[in-house]
Write a protein that binds this ligand. Structure first.
Ligand code: SAM
Length: 302
């Protein structure tokens, strides 16, 4: 099917309007940049990048390359995870002198599993202004296309690389009634998916959001029990950049809670509160303390 032509001339007045907006001096602009497709840059981001005195960035070569795509050439100040503190001092001196400085990371939004948070914190602490110029972020792109958003999500970012710590982190998340979002590197995707299956069980939905906004973008949705087989089915499935979105635990007041209450009611007919709570915890896998409190309330209400 042919693709309709887009009429971009209608956006020209908006570009002019953007360039006339106010961009205060002595301000750090935190600018979101694309996560793969250079066209995913906001008009305000383009304007800020072209008017600032300098751009603080994770990798000067990457940023020079990105800016060149937009016909922009700027002084670049390295600001990566190994020099954030010193970079912050330098940027604050420049900002105090009246400069406008943009902060970018290699891709997406600074400070989201990327350097930048320490610099932003230091600029606030110095009493200077910080303005966000929102743009792409892999977490939001993946969530929006996952179909797994309920009213809450929990962004985990990268899980620990060591198996034990990774499992402990997942155990903590097991009961959370919120969609879970993880970043993962291709060389760890298989073990991470195994760990998700082992700790969160077979039933939940998982969405692999791979190579978002790029040529080989792929969004695959399946049950956790089928995730390892999908990864193994094609070598391409394990390549590139990934966001993993996993369905959250059932919300409180859910079928799980109703079942715990039903079990407690039976046990309370036969045994004291403490023992009933302890047995219910063993049967349901829920926390003994929470069940003890519930059992007390049930007893009080007769
Ligand atoms: N600050 C970035 C953001 O706002 O999304 C994230 C930077 S973090 C160092 C890089 C991770 O983000 C990758 O390992 C991957 O998990 C995820 N990511 C970045 N770009 C992606 C893309 N195009 N498709 C899928 N995941 C991506």
């Amino acid at each position: 099917m042919t693709q309709p032509d887009s009429n971009l001339s209608a956006t020209l007045p908006l570009m002019q309007e953007v360039s006339q907006q106010v961009y205060p001096a002595s301000t750090l602009y935190v600018v979101g940049t694309p996560i793969g497709n250079a066209a995913d840059i906001g008009l305000r981001a383009l304007n800020v990048l072209s008017l600032v005195d300098a751009v603080a960035c994770e990798d000067t070569r990457n940023t020079a390359h990105l800016l060149a795509r937009y016909g922009i050439s700027k002084e670049l100040i390295p600001a990566h995870e190994h020099n954030e503190r010193e970079a912050a001092e330098k940027l604050i001196r420049r900002l105090r002198g009246g400069a406008r400085i943009a902060l970018v990371s290699d891709a997406g939004t600074p400070a989201i599993s990327d350097p930048g948070a320490r610099i932003v914190d230091a600029v606030h602490a110095a009493g200077l202004r910080v303005m966000p110029v929102p743009g792409a972020s892999a977490v939001i792109g993946a969530l929006s296309a996952s179909g797994l958003v309920n009213d809450r999500f929990h962004f985990v970012g990268f899980l620990p690389a060591k198996a034990k710590q990774r499992e402990a982190a997942l155990v903590e998340l097991r009961k959370l009634p919120a969609t879970l979002v993880f970043y993962e590197a291709p060389h760890r995707i298989v073990e991470t998916v195994d760990a998700l299956h082992a700790v969160l069980g077979a039933e939940r939905q998982i969405v692999f959001a791979r190579e978002l906004t790029k040529l080989f973008e792929e969004i695959h949705r399946c049950r956790l029990s089928d995730a390892a087989a999908w990864l193994a089915a094609d070598a391409h499935h394990q390549k590139g950049e990934f966001v993993i979105v996993v369905e959250g635990a059932p919300a409180a007041g859910s079928a799980e809670d109703a079942e715990a209450e039903r079990i407690l009611a039976i046990l309370l007919e036969e045994c004291p509160v403490k023992q009933a709570a302890s047995l219910a915890a063993r049967i349901t896998g829920q926390k003994k303390n929470a069940l003890y409190d519930l059992a007390l309330r049930m007893k009080e209400q007769g």
